[in-house]
Design a binder for this molecule. Structure first.
Ligand SMILES: *Cc1c(COP(=O)(O)O)cnc(C)c1O
Length: 371
């Protein structure tokens, strides 16, 4: 007969989800209340403020979308881009490609700036693309490419876009809470993230923030947003303060308790301290992997601390090593994605998983599996 589902706990050192702490899981188990209950409305206000802290923004429109990171991506595109708009899309991995797919699906024209997988987005190429297409409406790129482990220079890319008066759409699914990210200082107009990466919350929520300029662009659209669910002009009233709250959809109430708790964990550690912890642990992982003779895919200047793409050594069976880690050590690492499948492993050090204890386990387990 059917039984309750009780998975064996794993150490999640892949590209996400990361481990959810007992503290955050505990928040999930608190009593479900109505989504218009005054208690819950108070919680939503706090979530907005905590997300503003995490994103380093004062943007009034800073919310938690009730869907995973991919929906955050789609929300930015469907709300800000209209048919026949030109969008400069940077592709240096899987998620840049997905951005392009979204741009095409709304009937807009992608101007692709392509870089090698493992390289950051080239600021020079983007500068050339902006000069060649000053009429572009937006520049879209991935800050932390989880498929390769490369960090792009979001600050310089956004500065360039601002010089041309072009909107910026930034994928911060893996960067939020993992490495430096400053929405207001860098002039980011639309940004989306995910709950399950460096925030170490349960999957299924996408923090999103729009600058006032992006909100204006949304309000002045010529056409209706083609997706009803993702139309942020309808969601705005639900998240706005001042008692205007009206029903749009039923929020994932308990998951939002968990998001609130995970943001509280971030605030209590301190944002900059969190970035530093990821950077320090990345260094110690790097030292250990080098001792095992394992090289990194990405040049050291552009490596993400929270996502380490390493080259699978010659003659090593990719799937067998990952299976040994999982079955013998309850340890998950990520396989290579797209054109890097079979060539790389992706070792995540995200959020609560970024801990010295997990690095020691990984290094010992990998040493054993490689023998
Ligand atoms: C994980 C990820 C996404 C997609 O997020 P989901 O929650 O899986 O939909 C998008 N962009 C990047 C960079 C990611 O790492």
């Amino acid at each position: 007969m059917f039984e309750s589902f009780n998975p064996t706990p794993r150490v999640l050192m892949g590209p996400g989800p990361s481990n959810v702490s007992p503290r955050v899981l505990g928040a999930l188990a608190r009593p479900t209340v109505g989504h218009l209950d005054p208690q819950f409305i108070g919680l939503m206000d706090e979530i907005k403020q905590l997300l503003q802290y995490a994103f380093c923004t004062k943007n009034e429109f800073t919310i938690a979308l009730s869907a995973p990171g991919s929906a955050g991506m789609e929300a930015c595109v469907v709300n800000l881009i209209e048919p026949n708009d030109k969008v400069i899309v940077c592709i240096n991995g899987v998620f840049g490609n997905r951005l392009k797919e979204n741009v095409e699906r709304v009937g807009a024209q992608p101007i692709v700036v392509e870089d090698k997988w493992g390289d950051p987005v080239s600021v020079e190429k983007v500068s050339d693309a902006l000069a060649a297409h000053p009429d572009a409406k937006a520049l879209a790129f991935v800050h932390a490419e989880t498929s390769t482990g490369a960090r792009s220079d979001a600050k310089s890319l956004c500065q360039l876009a601002q010089q041309y008066g072009v909107l910026t759409i930034v994928d911060a699914v893996t960067s939020l809470g993992g490495n430096e990210l400053r929405v207001d200082d860098w002039g980011i107009d639309a940004i989306y993230s995910g709950s399950q990466k460096c925030l170490s919350c349960v999957p299924g929520i996408s923090p999103v923030s729009f600058s006032d300029k992006a909100v204006e662009v949304l309000k002045n659209r010529k056409t209706k947003v083609p997706s009803w669910f993702l139309d942020q002009s309808l969601v705005m009233d639900y998240w706005s303060g001042g008692g205007k709250r009206s029903y749009h959809h039923t929020a994932p109430i308990n998951s939002l308790y968990a998001l609130h708790e995970s943001l509280l964990v971030l605030k209590q550690e301190g944002l900059e301290q969190t970035w530093q912890r990821h950077a320090q642990l990345h260094k110690s992982l790097h030292t250990g992997l080098t001792e095992l003779g394992i090289d990194f895919l990405v040049d050291e200047n552009f490596r993400l601390p929270q996502l380490n793409s390493v080259i699978i050594p010659d003659g090593v069976d990719d799937a067998q090593v990952r299976a040994t880690l999982l079955n013998k050590y309850n340890l998950e690492i990520g396989a290579g994605l797209g054109q890097l499948a079979g060539k790389t492993w992706r070792i995540g050090l995200m959020g609560t998983t970024a801990h010295a204890q997990n690095i020691a386990l990984l290094l010992a387990a990998l040493k054993d599996a490689l023998r």
